[in-house]
Design a protein around this ligand. Structure first.
Ligand code: BDR
Ligand code: CA
Length: 309
């Protein structure tokens, strides 16, 4: 089997942690490097969490530190969803791996040169690190095969009524990434809110094995907050959708559309403006916008992959 060469950029993050735990048991994917970005919580936490998750899942991979803040915006974290440490109050054994000196943007470029034309970049946090790499290396966009990202939405927002968290955290970075001419698959709230785990599903995950017990414990705090803050009776597995889409696209429904990032609007800053539902269509309709997932098959897949530990 030819394995997909994948770079992961993340801000772990309860659902980022679930994504990493699953990705490490998907043989179709060969993770070649990981970078961390400030997002759900401060970089000091997301970087340590990324390192510890890589070690915890048995991966032997470099983890690179990225941006500790958005390009221009003030950072606003999501501690109310992910807990102070980003893992819903859970902790992992500290990785004993050495610390990488190369910053995320240089490491992404180095991997893109090593796997030129082959590298798939999966982004499950704000887009700051990739934007910085694109700004620094003019030829990077030609070397990346595709970008699969969790962010945005055709419909509504979860951080403002218009904007989703990863895009709202750093709209200028998102604008750079979406304007670069990359082959982008966008998994926004339209699809990721359909990839939900309710309490019975979290209980089932807990019972699978030790990795499931860790995941479930981190999700329970998020569930408490989701109920309190948003009146939601489930936890959405936003970030795992990216890897599932790469490996099992048949579970999903998507369509090509034009997408732009609003960086200015008083009420709409951070919105991914798309022409999916609009009569007026943009001239270039090249973003693969993922809109739906088969929930039953999603859940079966999630459990099956977790069971590989
Ligand atoms: C996204 O924001 C973060 O809180 C999650 O990890 C996910 O990447 C969902 O809006
Ligand atoms: Ca994330």
């Amino acid at each position: 089997m030819t394995r997909m060469k994948v770079w992961l950029d993340a801000d772990p993050g309860v659902d980022d942690a679930a994504a990493i735990i699953l990705a490490a048991r998907m043989p179709e994917i060969e993770l070649v490097g990981v970078s961390a970005c400030a997002g759900n919580v401060e970089l000091s936490y997301t970087y340590e969490n990324a390192r510890n998750l890589v070690a915890y899942t048995g991966l032997n991979l470099p983890v690179h530190k990225g941006a500790d803040r958005p390009l221009l915006a003030e950072p606003h974290f999501a501690r109310e969803i992910h807990g102070k440490n980003g893992l819903g109050g859970q902790s992992l054994p500290a990785s004993t791996a050495g610390h990488e000196k190369l910053p995320a943007w240089d490491a992404i470029y180095r991997a893109a040169c090593e796997y030129a034309g082959e590298l798939i970049v999966v982004m499950i946090g704000p887009l700051t690190n990739l934007a910085l790499a694109l700004l620094k290396y003019a030829d990077l966009k030609e070397k990346i095969k595709r970008v699969v990202l969790m962010g945005g939405a055709v419909s509504y927002g979860n951080t403002t009524p218009a904007a989703e968290f990863n895009i709202y955290f750093d709209p200028e970075a998102a604008d750079i990434v979406f304007s670069a001419g990359l082959d982008i698959s966008m998994l926004g709230l339209d699809v990721t809110m359909q990839a939900y785990l309710d309490e019975p599903a979290i209980d089932r995950i807990h019972a699978v094995n030790e990795k499931g017990a860790f995941m479930a414990a981190s999700m329970r705090q998020t569930l408490t907050w989701a109920r309190k803050l948003y009146n939601l009776d489930f936890v959405a597995m936003h970030d795992p959708c990216t890897f599932l889409y790469l490996v099992y696209p048949e579970l999903f429904r998507s369509e090509l559309a034009g997408v732009r990032i609003e960086t200015k609007g008083k009420l709409t800053r951070g919105k991914t403006v798309s022409d999916v539902h609009s009569d007026y269509k943009f001239e270039d309709r090249t973003v693969d916008v993922v809109l739906g997932i088969d929930h039953k098959r999603f859940l079966d897949c999630f459990m099956e992959i977790l069971g590989r530990y």
